[in-house]
Design a protein around this ligand. Sequence first.
Ligand code: DGL
Length: 300
Amino acid sequence: MGDSRPIGVFDSGLGGLTVAKEIFRLMPSERIIYLGDTARVPYGGKSEETIRRFGLQDARALLDLDVKLLVVACNTVSSVAIDYLERHIKGIPVIGVVLPGARAAATRSAEKRIGVVGTAATVRSMSYARAIHNIDPNIKVYGKPCPLFVPLVEEGLIDSDITRLAVQHYLYEMVDLGIDCLILGCTHYPILMEVIQSTVGNGIQLIDSALWTAKEAQNIMKALGIESAAPSEQREAAGGGVRNSVVDNAGGGLAASRFLGSDVTPNFEAVAEALLGARLPSIEKVPVEELEEKEKIKRF
Ligand code: DGL
């Protein structure tokens, strides 16, 4: 019963592991094939054309590995290229991170004032504002690019004075604008949740796009009948109890998943562990030339 094929998840780099982590938590019997374009990260400062091209190459690399669902974990690609990917990827559902996060915020903002933080490309695209206005045109949406957050996370500076200063620098103006929800519209930002919450105060609800995207993936898979096993079968396979660990799951989870990167950088393992909350079982390299080929093969 169900569909035992893996879920494909891709990101410009390792940040999308925050989405993978939520998928493992929510759906312990699912396997993932994760692709991080670690040779060409960051995408956030690149042109829309380049983001679209890279996104399509990443998506096709996963499609060729027979995934049943494609999760675009990168906010930048989801913001700039989700329609483009949906047009070019046939046969499996494609979901991005923008819509689930936008929906969660729109239904929670009593004041109808929402802040969005992300890369320059994400904020410039107004993707979250468009998605929120489709739900409720009366909601005010304020965007703020926070380009220092990604390098701070990648340097492991999670709970440090320099990070607190950067958070204050970017977010005090959001507090002054009277927002009551703040969308963390970038893969790396959920890691900064605590420092962001303590800076903006408890009156502002933080919306973690990674979490809501995992829930969206679960809903779509349920609706299409492509979950790997029924929840009762999962529990049986796990020995009767409900396992909720990223690491140890019957048939699915981290140990049964694959992790691909276009460059295995020296800090790959440490950054991955910080974002995923666990060590990667192994890393496979997919050279950039191979990703580029994916685009050419389909184009001509
Ligand atoms: N993954 C990107 C995002 O969520 C952040 C890193 C980048 O700029 O590529 O927008």
